[in-house]
Design a protein around this ligand. Structure first.
Ligand code: ADP
Ligand code: ZN
Length: 676
């Protein structure tokens, strides 16, 4: 575009100065001057081009002022947008994110918009045509007694235009999604809009389908592997008021609705609501804050609420609403624990699938029913060990064993994707004595095919599901009963609602228990509950077989009994005793560098500095991170316990200002980390 000769808005008496935020990790705005020669008039929420320290950058207008604050403000290069991309509300929400999650205002703002807008592009020309799927419209179910009561409470809150946090604790298959749909319906009827967060769209395709079938083209959908241009189109439909429901992962919490009526967070306990790089926000917390500011309710739903959430609900900070029965009085499936130590003692040769599980699967197939087999590790053998010297083949860039993939005939590092062909000899003692150990989904699939030669089996993990649409395709075949069994990773753990699934198998319930993390018991409990919840959703009953080496562990025992409350009581005591969340906020500071000595030196220097501000008992470390080496970087952690998120963020921002660490050392501050 050439230089416009006449700018229509130049005549109007305008304010002459704007406060600009950029995405740099700098905690302040800079003032620029409006010249009147820009393409569009200035408005809060629009993007601009500025010259900053000699380079042209994109910035965002957060304020318009009449007077200069410094002597000689630089002029804007141009104003990019005709219409604002942020509202006053989202700008101030970003400010809240910055104050709570250790990032800059601009970094928080950029988390809210599609990628193409960050690069300053004015418009996206390619209009992507998503192939319109046939959507069969569905009508709402008539709520049962429990659902009615929950809906009454939520509606009453909505009608009084009040903010409240509802924790909807409902067992799997109790009709939580139906509640979300009916709440959303009411929001739409009242002329408002609603945000529906789901942990990961590709893991919950049926939820999306149900929203589409109820609300048709009023729904915008985001998923993480969507094309940038498609994301932008959906975002624009929301901004321009063409849709009033959005279903999406964590970033959908920032959807630019002007008249929000509700935020719903499904599977609120899911760690994927936490963003793992800057800004490291938690979408559940943002949803609550946004709803609070708008004076509207938030609904957090789960069969296994996060300990932190259930604690708040029991304490009366939030409102606990419950669904204790499955729809139409369907029973929760029986869960049987198989002690794999006994299994190996009484059986010749190690088998991945126990006799009990084998029997159940054979019965399912004979009855023309279906089954899901869950194992949270992909590949064939999960590690390769030398029988002579005990050496385990590890990735040279990560502190992690190499996983053998039979289909690709390669050893692959699951952290950095480094791969090479399996060696014939042990790299340390040079003997031909390598053993392939540990079980991944490929091995389970092979064994199942041997055990059940007539069964139609598919594997669902990120290796088989890398192609766009592969996931939906397998689920479609499963629904049409062209498949009998799916073996899979967490992809099959949640959200699936197939009435013919009577058998569910968990190959190894212990894999999470051994992680050095205070949430490992909680993760184990959640996973067993979620996976078990896939069974017996129709009229055919259900049976769940959980294989474990520690059947006596309370997380496994109580999950088998579907006993969330007792699990909570047990776990909350441990948290209280150790002062872990919800009894404190955690902060994890990770220092990393390719040079090991530097990491240690800087981590220690940092800890010393922090000790001047933070009491000894509230600081742990510095210590090597559980994954001490990752993608070529050595990592050390410092953990801080803090009463208030906002206070610790403020304290850290002032303390770390001017901290010298060298350009080859990196530092990340994670508030409320999901892993240690
Ligand atoms: P959840 O989200 O708690 O797992 P869903 O909302 O998916 O439960 O409900 C489980 C099944 O019961 C779904 O197939 C849903 O369509 C159906 N359902 C939900 N509520 C009702 C109702 N009131 N009457 C009949 N069927 C219902
Ligand atoms: Zn690696």
């Amino acid at each position: 575009m050439g230089c416009p000769l006449w700018v229509p808005w130049m005549d109007i008496k305008m304010n002459k100065y704007v406060e600009i935020i950029t995405n740099l990790p700098i905690d302040r705005a800079f003032q620029y001057m409006v010249t009147g020669r820009e393409t569009y008039p200035p408005e809060v929420g629009k993007r601009v081009y500025i010259s900053f320290r000699g380079t042209k950058r994109v910035g965002y207008i957060v304020k318009i002022e009449d007077n200069p604050v410094c002597t000689d403000p630089k002029p804007l290069i141009d104003i990019i947008d005709e219409k604002p991309i942020f509202t006053q509300e989202t700008i101030s929400l970003a400010e809240w994110v910055k104050n709570n999650y250790f990032c800059s205002w601009g970094e928080a703002l950029e988390a809210m918009i599609p990628g193409v807008l960050k690069r300053g592009k004015i418009s996206v020309t390619t209009r992507t045509k998503e192939i319109p799927e046939k959507i069969v419209p569905t009508a709402p179910h008539i709520p049962n007694v429990e659902q009615k009561k929950v809906l009454k409470d939520i509606f009453e809150c909505m009608d009084n235009k009040r903010h409240e946090v509802f924790l909807l604790h409902g067992i799997t298959g109790s009709g939580k999604t139906e509640i979300y749909l009916q709440v959303m319906e009411r929001v739409i009827v009242s002329g408002k809009s609603g945000i529906m967060l789901v942990p990961e769209i590709s893991l919950t395709p049926q939820t999306v389908e149900r929203f589409r079938s109820r609300f048709g083209d009023k729904v915008a959908v985001f998923h993480s592997n969507m094309l940038q241009s498609a994301k932008f189109q959906e975002w624009k439909r929301i901004r321009d008021g063409e849709v009033n429901v959005v279903v999406g992962p964590r970033s959908a919490v920032f959807s630019p609705f002007g008249n929000l009526g509700v935020c719903i967070v499904d599977e609120e306990h899911e760690p994927s609501y936490k963003q793992e790089d800057t800004p490291r926000y938690h979408a559940r917390e943002v949803a609550i804050e946004r709803a609070r500011r708008q004076g509207v309710p938030v609904i957090l739903g789960s069969a296994t609420p996060a300990l932190e959430s259930y604690y708040k609900a029991r304490n009366g900070d939030w409102r606990l609403v419950e669904l204790t029965q499955r729809i139409e009085e369907k029973k929760l499936p029986k869960v049987k624990l198989v002690d794999m130590r006994m299994e190996f003692d009484t059986r010749v040769g190690k088998k991945v699938i126990s006799r009990v599980m084998e029997e159940v699967l054979k019965k399912d197939i004979a009855k023309k029913c279906q089954a899901l087999i869950f194992l949270n590790r992909r590949g064939f053998s999960t590690f390769v060990m030398c029988q002579k010297c005990g050496y385990v083949l590890k990735c040279s860039k990560c502190d992690s064993p190499m996983v053998f993939h039979q289909t690709k005939k390669e050893l692959i590092c699951h952290y950095c994707n480094r791969r090479f062909p399996p060696p014939a000899k042990c790299p340390t003692c040079m003997k031909e004595s390598l053993l392939y150990k540990g079980v991944g989904t490929e091995k389970v699939e092979r064994d199942l095919r041997k055990l059940l030669p007539t069964a139609r089996i598919a594997r669902m993990d990120s290796d088989t599901m890398s192609k766009r649409g592969a996931h939906a395709c397998v689920l479609k075949d499963f629904k049409a009963h062209k498949l009998d069994i799916i073996v899979g990773t967490q992809m099959i753990a949640k959200g699936l609602d197939f009435p013919k699934v009577t058998g569910v198998g968990v190959i190894s319930a212990d894999s999470n228990l051994n992680l050095p993390d205070f949430r490992s018991g909680e993760r184990t409990f959640n996973l067993i509950t979620q996976v078990a919840g896939r069974a017996g959703r129709g009229d055919l009953g259900g049976e769940v077989i959980v294989q474990t080496y520690t059947p006596e562990h309370y997380a496994i025992k109580l999950a088998a009994k579907h006993d969330y409350k007792n699990f909570y009581l047990r776990e909350i005591d441990a948290r209280r005793a150790l002062i872990f969340p919800p009894f404190t906020n955690l902060v994890k500071i990770t220092v990393r560098s390719r040079i090991e000595e530097k990491v240690i030196k800087i981590a220690e220097k940092l800890a010393k500095l922090l000790r001047e501000k933070i009491s000894e008992e509230n600081m742990l470390g510095p210590a090597p991170s559980p994954m001490v080496k990752l993608r070529g970087y050595y990592r050390w952690n410092i953990l801080i316990k803090a009463k208030s998120r906002e206070e610790i963020v403020k304290k850290l921002k002032t303390t770390l200002k001017g901290f010298r660490k060298g350009s080859d050392v990196f530092m990340a501050v994670d508030i409320d980390p999901m892993s240690l």
